[in-house]
Design a protein around this ligand. Structure first.
Ligand SMILES: CCCCCCCCCCCC/C=C/CC(=O)SCCNC(=O)CCNC(=O)[C@H](O)C(C)(C)COP(=O)(O)OP(=O)(O)OC[C@H]1O[C@@H](n2cnc3c(N)ncnc32)[C@H](O)[C@@H]1OP(=O)(O)O
Length: 325
């Protein structure tokens, strides 16, 4: 397993440097590639935590490039012995063909956008819109296989990470967005009813993979997962808290500070005992995928290539495109 992960990571690292994606390195305190910004907090020499900010406009979808850059960044953090905790969150996004409100405007208007008539529109934030639908639609089986391998890799890396992982969910988090969150050890969500979280695959005419289903069952229990998966339920914050998809809901402007304070409590636990406990709880679920990774890739590639599935994805994409009109 460790060897397989190391080999896959070497491939990703080579791909990353070939593409020259690293844009800026500022000592050990901040590094970035195009789609993931990593900032570290804490004094040099002391335990530090890192904040991984997604910035893949328009909706932080998990494109192949994003997945590659994400795994490279996570690997760098895993290899940095001073880092013990990582927070996953979304950087602010500019969306669609709307223009960003000028920075000089009132603070409460900064996160809004203007429509074509120049009216201010409050747009919900986005943690991540999940897997990139354009990676799963209209491509060839070899592409689907490559994409799915990268999705598996991301999930395995996060689910088995020895770091303490927390998600600060500052926006909508459907499907693959929820995947990112539920691999974490703790989830804090902004109290904004416009934000929803859950595995909505069934609404798209597709099916969550068994390992994501297992992760969901481990998080919210079998009966709740069975119902939520069939209905494709996207929970607003209060319901997400009730069912256990998230651990805490806090006012939007407190998500970051609250996550930092919860992280401090987790980091007070000795690493070796916490890590062994985490492995004990998660290994069987991860092993289930590891022992059949190749078969899972083939299943995905043939499932997603089906005419009926491509048709469902086409209809869903059209629905997204026309919902504004
Ligand atoms: C029986 C045998 C079984 C064998 C099983 C084998 C295994 C099979 C496994 C298959 C599993 C596949 C798993 C998939 C998991 C996923 O993650 S699927 C993706 C699910 N995501 C969504 O449903 C989210 C869709 N998006 C939204 O709901 C909204 O966009 C939003 C709430 C995130 C944001 O809304 P808003 O701010 O209003 O922006 P929009 O105008 O909607 O979007 C802007 C722009 O982005 C495009 N877009 C949105 N989401 C995605 C996405 N996920 N991927 C790619 N692109 C996306 C959207 O179309 C708009 O594009 P245009 O500006 O119109 O061009």
């Amino acid at each position: 397993m460790a060897m397989a992960l190391r080999a896959a990571s070497r491939v990703l690292l080579r791909a990353g440097s070939r593409l020259g994606r690293r844009e800026a390195v500022d000592g050990a305190r901040r590094f970035a590639n195009k789609r993931v910004l990593v900032e570290t907090e804490g004094a040099a020499g002391a335990t530090r935590i890192a904040v991984m900010k997604f910035r893949n406009p328009p909706v932080n979808s998990l494109s192949l490039d994003f997945l590659t850059e994400f795994v490279i960044s996570l690997e760098k953090l895993e290899n940095d012995k001073s880092i013990r905790g990582v927070i996953l969150t979304s950087d602010s996004l500019k969306r669609g063909n709307q223009t960003k409100v000028a920075a000089t405007e009132k603070t409460e208007e900064k996160r809004a956008t203007r429509d074509h008539g120049g009216r201010l529109q409050e747009r919900p934030g986005i943690f991540s819109a999940g897997l990139d639908l354009l990676e799963m639609y209209g491509r060839n089986p070899a592409h689907y296989a490559e994409y799915w391998k990268a999705v598996q890799e991301l999930w395995l890396r996060l689910y088995l990470s020895s770091l303490t992982l927390m998600s600060a969910i500052n926006g909508a988090s459907p499907a693959g967005g929820c995947l990112l969150a539920i691999t974490c050890d703790y989830r804090i969500m902004a109290d904004n009813p416009k934000y929803t979280i859950g595995l909505n695959e069934s609404l798209l005419g597709i099916v969550a993979p068994f390992w994501l289903k297992d992760n969901y069952v481990n998080t919210i229990g079998h009966r709740a997962a069975e119902r939520a998966l069939q209905l494709g339920t996207l929970f607003p914050p209060a319901e997400a808290l009730k069912v256990g998809v998230v651990d805490e809901v806090v006012p939007e402007d407190q998500v970051h500070s609250k996550t930092l304070s919860v992280m401090a409590k987790w980091l007070a636990i000795p690493d070796h005992s916490r890590q062994l406990t985490k492995t004990m709880m998660r290994k069987a679920t991860a092993d289930n995928l590891i022992k059949q990774r190749e078969a899972d890739i083939q299943n995905f590639a043939s499932f997603i290539s089906r005419d009926s599935i491509q048709k469902s994805l086409h209809m869903y994409l059209e629905k997204l495109k026309h919902k504004k009109g």
